[in-house]
Ligand binder design. Sequence first.
Ligand SMILES: [Zn+2]
Length: 378
Amino acid sequence: MIELTIDNICFKGEEIAVSYHLSAQLKEIEFGTPIKANYSFPLKQDYTWAAMVALGAFLPYLVSRYSNVRVTLPITTTPWMQEYWQNYLSAMFAPQPFSVEWNFTEQYQTAETEVLFSTGSATRIGLFYGGGVESTFALSTFYHKNPILISVNGKDWMNADKEKSPIKYNLISELTQKYKLSLQEITMNVRSLLKDTNAVFNRFVTGNLFYFLSAPIADKFGIGTLYLSTELEYALSEKEHDQSIHPMFVNNIFVKHPSWPLFISIYMGFPKVSMFAKLAQTDFIKYIYSCFNNSHKRWCGNCSKCFRISEFCDRIHLDRRVIGMQEGITGIRENSPSTRYSWQYMDKIYGRKYIREWILFVKHAIKKLKQKIFHLEN
Ligand SMILES: [Zn+2]
């Protein structure tokens, strides 16, 4: 049993800060630094929403580690919240047993309805946008509907740490200006507070965080539906990956009440290479950013995303310069449970070329060896 206590919720204009502590030290979760999220507009003081953000960040992860969790919240009793998490956690963990005990200290008086927000009759579309193949493909299909693009960034957050490299955000900015789209950025620090692997973070946190953090934007801009278009291939591989953004799971995330927006996954089930090929027939292809390393180069040339995108270019005969990719990046076949699907789809659609694959493998091995020797010499 572990206890998660939310101590304080502080609204400071465009920022929300939620301080918390745990009853035991856990090397993966830092406490002492509050959860923070920043927006481009002043936030409504909705304490229930703030509690949901904090629970979305930690509760499923804690249940995965301890099975029994006691939660203390500084708000008035909210039976719907308990029911929400019971359903969510059952969908995620059943048949594994778990229990959550709830305690409400009523430090903050909260609204009788679910939240202060109201998106019930809203019709605008929100799209989570990160510049990658899936979200850009989704955008290319309905940009004329004037969706609000929602970009979540923050310290250590995969390839969305603005402080490490602005390249991705410069591309997003160019794109939004050209198509006169509205971009809403959320800067948050949760990835640096839960220090487990990306796979674990995507399994237990990402989907919740996207949804709950976006609720004020949905309210402000009249968004009724939040669309998520993200990789299918990892989610396909095994339950351990990407469960919180799995197309079969996101339906468990949105709160079933008119005040909250819908959260729907789209185009998952459509292979990445097919989306890439479609994008290559549009102007949107120029804005693709997919490298995993947030380096000073748009394409680092050393990560699996770079390898795959390079291979996509070869398969569909796209000049790499269109996506700002330098020469010399070669696609190396990947065979892990979570990456093999991309290659299998490519083979299925474009055919497998064994000799070319071997030549690339040998070239890559020589390149790696040279890098190793170079490092040793230095
Ligand atoms: Zn890369």
